[in-house]
Design a protein around this ligand. Sequence first.
Ligand SMILES: [Zn+2]
Length: 401
Amino acid sequence: MYCHQGQPEWIDITVEPHGGIRGRCSQCQRPAPGYDRLPERRWSFVPLWGIPTYFCYAPRRVECSQHGVVVEHIPWSAGKRPMTCAMMGFLARWARRLSWRETAQVFLTSWESVYRSVEWFVQEGLGKRKLEGIESIGVDEIHWGHGSRADNFLTVIYQIDADCRRLLWVGKRRSQATLRRGLKALGPEVVKGLRSVCSDMWKPYLNVLAAEAGQALHVLDRFHITTHLNQAVDQVRRGESTRLQSHDKEAAKRLKHMRWPLLRRGGKVRGHARRKLNALLASKLATARAWELKETFSYFWRYKSVTWAKAFLDCWCYRAMRSRLEPMKKVARMLRTHEELLLNWFRAKGEISNGVVEGLNNKIRVVTRRSYGFRTFDAMEIALYHTLGRLPEPETAHRFC
Ligand SMILES: [Zn+2]
């Protein structure tokens, strides 16, 4: 132990090779005759009593009959990394519960070290994960960072089977090429084995999924349809608020504060907000009609039979087209265009449970929005696999957390 002015600074643990046991080749892990010894190296270990701790060891080189003169296999080390596997596993597990910066602070190390540890953890996990038995996937786009350039979007592929929900792949942008790359990464066997896929109405995704996984039932996700409807209601409200500004300031102001009650599901608005909503609905405003259309659409999802669902959809679209509300008409046109995919929701009944994609999306947002200090895509990609990929853990002799 090294002290400075009575305070412990760090602990060095010197490791010596066992005289009677030969070193193993780092390539094939078979015992091999010794060759020479390299200078001493240090690996940081899990802090003991809160004091930074290091392993000190001069690695031997061995002469393997197959691989020639190579460094011996060192059980606590992975490649040239300056940390022991135990330390990397320790930091990586804590990095799931704390932000990377906090992890670095608490365990007296750098952000970079935490990053490298998680990276190692994820690489090991990705190497070992099994992709068999994947029946349904969800494809989605995630906005990231500031602005709306192509680089501010990510494409994610989830597995959404009832027994396993996890992030399978994440890539930059949301183009056809991105999704093609993602499906290629999963491999042709996985893609051919899919029974259902779930996505938004985003054209590039629809095209690629139809071309690559044509055998799977393609379902449009309820969560996305609801989002489109909500956006349309909000557009109507904003437009109307601006129009009212010129002759009825009071009404314009009231409308301005109605954003959240309007976006929530009707049954969930209570108390003061409910009274305001009721007053709005009694008025002859366009926003009220838009809201009413949106609310009515929620009945669509309750149907059991495809035929009746189709009848409802036709009826709803007819009403929306005659509503004289341009944003609602736009949604109706979109739904009509994708009618078959929409109705697949009822054909896939029971296979895709409601809200899975939404749930995974929310978890991703927690990771991307929390200030982890992810300035680069690479760091965030690793963080996403780490928190949502359900990756198998690397084997280590000791677990410290
Ligand atoms: Zn060898």
